[in-house]
Design a protein around this ligand. Sequence first.
Ligand code: PLP
Length: 257
Amino acid sequence: MKKVLTIAGSDSSGGAGIQADLKTFSAHGVFGMSVITAVTAQNTQGVFAVQDISKDIIAKQIEVIFEDIDVDAVKIGMVSQIDTINTIAEELKKYNAKNIVLDPVMISKSGFDLLRPEAKDALIKNLLPIATIITPNIHEARAITGMEIKNINDMEMAAKAIFEMGPKNVLVKGGHLEEDATDVLFDGYEINHFKSHRINTKNTHGTGCTLSSAIASNLALGYSIFEAVERAKEYITVAIEHSLSIGKGVGPTNHFY
Ligand code: PLP
């Protein structure tokens, strides 16, 4: 069985973060493992508190996994603070980790800073260069590049600008634009578009986590970057189509439909 590791934050309400990642791994038939970077007190209405995990226990979690198990892919999600970022980068380099999918999580849909603003530069400097693929949404692509992004053309320019910062592939996600949800992939040579129709639902909690975990699962299963993104896009579209009205706020996607 292929083995996939998520390095991310815990969402107590189970729709995003580590919980979404592990559900996505199971739905793909890969064996999921987790290194927890932060614990959030969260429900469908928002993030109410965060406790960061110390860098020593983050390093130890990564070390004991890699010393013992062959890891086929790694997904990185919420990394919270500078120490956490630098520790993850060091450890993954030490073990020559492959198939690293970086979801540069910054702000929750409810507006909470999941990445401390002062940690953005460390993420760009130390995690982008080791990523096999980075999956920013429009807001994150804007924060990383400082560019205005209003349409597909801008997304393509942003993907190319982010590529120059070191990741091997860049997927800029268009879900936050008004039009159809088109994602733009740049692999250093060509641009590809992945389109899906807009689904009319408020229940989209954890979509970014789920998509990046699906990409990591597909890379572990041996698919190319193009195929991994294509399959992950199909998976997240169905997961949103069948999303769940759980709680009073923004409900989660349905990982097992
Ligand atoms: N909580 C955690 C721990 C996350 O990692 C993320 C996203 O990556 C979120 C919350 C945000 O979820 P959303 O913005 O989809 O509500």
